[in-house]
Design a protein around this ligand. Structure first.
Ligand code: SAH
Length: 225
């Protein structure tokens, strides 16, 4: 999979992709992440990528020209399955959307800033708009990193234990059961006996029961959907 991220603040994306699972995924060649600085596509010497909003009002707007040039430049090299714009009013990111996107080959993610991007970008270049929640961030970079992380960890081979992503919350419509590690007792707080029993079937049954219980408590309505 290849993810091209377009941003006017490329530095914000260095650390999320430079460590741990996302870094290893790139090193293993399972995903290629390219961050593109919108300013490289700016039209004037000041490297301007934003301008005042027509009609007035507070806040700058990212201009269509550099974005269009960047997207067209990328499209001249390969075919993209999706051109995504991170936006607070987009469809809400959830596990099933992450699953769906993990099957794509090439995607572009556009990060907005300030007041957002010129509406004509959204109308003519964007195939999908995604929000990471009903709140407003300063820019699309953190949202793009969240989306990329949720998607990349689902690519087979990215997680060292391949079944691990399958047992995470939401993969089967349930949230995850509680987990414990050593020591078996800490200041009188004990790990449930069943987990120490070595009885695989019983452990599996306990985990399922706990997952159902938690889902009912925390995400009522999710079961059976
Ligand atoms: N004026 C806009 C908000 C702009 S916030 C509005 O009220 O809708 C600046 C940029 O941050 C957006 O263009 C978008 O790319 C990103 N952003 C902010 N909140 C986000 C969210 N919840 N999900 C995804 N992207 C978000």
């Amino acid at each position: 999979m290849r993810i091209d991220i377009i941003t006017c603040l490329p530095k914000l994306l260095e650390s999320p992709f430079g460590d741990s699972i996302l870094k290893r995924a790139q090193n293993k060649g399972l995903v290629e992440i390219k961050v593109h600085d919108l300013r490289d596509f700016a039209k004037n010497r000041q490297k301007q990528v934003d301008d005042y909003a027509y009609g007035g009002g507070a806040g700058m707007v990212l201009m269509i020209e550099p974005i269009a040039d960047c997207i067209e430049h990328l499209k001249s090299g390969r075919t993209y399955d999706e051109v995504i714009y991170m936006s607070p009013d987009g469809e809400l990111l959830n596990q099933s959307l992450a699953n769906e996107l993990s099957l794509r080959k090439n995607i572009i993610i556009l990060c907005g800033h300030y007041k957002g991007v010129d509406e004509r970008v959204r109308q003519h270049y964007i195939t999908r708009e995604i929000s990471i929640g009903d709140y407003v961030l300063s820019g699309g970079e953190l949202a793009a990193a969240v989306l990329s992380d949720a998607v990349i960890r689902l690519i087979p081979g990215v997680l060292s234990d391949e079944t691990s992503a399958l047992t995470d919350s939401f993969q089967d419509g349930l949230v995850a059961p509680p987990v414990y590690t050593r020591p078996a007792e800490f200041r009188g707080m004990k790990v449930p006996d069943v987990l120490l029993s070595g009885h695989e079937k019983k452990i599996e049954a306990w985990r399922f029961e706990q997952a159902v219980k938690r889902t009912k408590q925390r995400r009522p309505g999710a079961i059976g959907e």
